[in-house]
Ligand binder design. Structure first.
Ligand code: CO
Ligand code: CO
Length: 319
């Protein structure tokens, strides 16, 4: 694509950030993002709700406040699915958006063999308070706000290896908004943030270490993983994306010998609607954890730290 020349585009395409930011005034910018995908669970209402939470997350990851959104949908006209399924998808999306304080103000649906749904979200942010991938600094603690294993468990769902209780559990994780976590980090003041989605924890962390020109150390024992993940990894229920993510990070990641292959797979597992990965100056970590707790964020794990490294490498120790 041709280069962006508009000086008001403060975040464009170059640094793998979660959303674009356009400055309207010295104290006001808009945040814009779009995300949509094919169903990952059977229930259409849940699918809509997950897709909306996931699309909103990119605005939260920038530290922004989402305001309005447009539906983007594909649906097969003339069967086999009744049109009421599309209605349920959109109801799930609209109710999740409403929970976020976001109005869905329109949208567009096309005829498509496989259903697809998501949102284009518009939000606002102060131009000087945008949390970019390039902001991580030496001495930052790394905080994660949702457990890993979502891609492995949803793969297990597709292969009918997962019971209903586990389905409900993973749907609950995916439909949890990153709103409260975002508000907590904005209140406390942090250096950088991204959300953990398709590239997995290590893929997204590598984007941050690369654009911030730092390294990172993780402690596997401190990283929350949904316990149902391990049995499914043993049964081979690993999404194709996990291997692609691994290929992306393998040359720049040093695993301690006691970090097992299964554990490495979980760190590469693509997440749908995963948590925020927050980079907070160590002196503010306690304050961030208290604020996350006060706002009801159930998972708030300090999983590692930013270190000096010219090659943006990631070290993973078992503890
Ligand atoms: Co993102
Ligand atoms: Co996204």
């Amino acid at each position: 694509m041709p280069p962006i020349t508009d000086p008001n585009v403060i975040v464009g395409r170059d640094a793998a950030d979660d959303a674009a930011v356009y400055k309207l005034a010295p104290d006001l910018a808009i945040v814009q993002t779009v995300d949509y995908f094919t169903p990952i669970v059977d229930d259409p209402y849940d699918f809509g709700s997950i897709a909306a939470a996931n699309a909103l997350s990119d605005v939260y990851a920038m530290g922004g406040q989402p305001l309005i959104a447009l539906n983007i949908a594909g649906f097969p006209s003339g069967g086999p699915l009744p049109i009421s399924v599309l209605g349920e998808i959109m109801r799930g999306g609209a109710e999740k958006a409403a929970e976020a304080g976001v109005s869905i103000v329109g949208g567009h649906t096309i005829d498509d063999k496989e259903p697809k749904y998501g949102l284009s979200v518009t939000g606002i942010i102060h131009p000087d308070k945008v949390l970019k991938n390039s902001g991580a600094r030496l001495g930052d603690d790394i905080v994660l706000t949702k457990p890993l294993g979502i891609g492995i468990i949803t793969t297990g769902i597709k292969r009918s290896l997962v019971d209903e209780k586990t389905v409900r559990k993973v749907v609950e994780v995916m439909t949890t908004l990153n709103k409260a976590a975002s508000e907590a980090m904005v209140e406390v003041g942090v250096d950088a943030c991204t959300d953990v989605t398709g590239f997995g924890l290590l893929g997204h962390l590598r984007e941050v270490t690369l654009s911030s020109a730092v390294g990172a150390r993780l402690r596997f024992a401190d990283i929350p993983v949904l316990p149902e993940t391990w049995d499914l990894v043993g049964k081979g229920a690993v999404p194709g994306g996990a291997q692609r993510n691994r290929d992306f990070i393998v040359d720049s990641t040093i695993f301690d010998p006691d970090v097992t292959l299964e554990q490495q797979t979980a760190l590469c597992d693509p997440q749908t609607s995963g948590g925020l990965l927050i980079f907070v100056p160590r002196g503010r970590t306690e304050k961030l954890l208290r604020s996350l707790e006060a706002k009801g964020v159930g998972v708030r794990a300090v999983i590692g730290e930013i270190v000096e490294d010219d090659h943006a490498r990631i070290w993973v120790a078992s503890h």
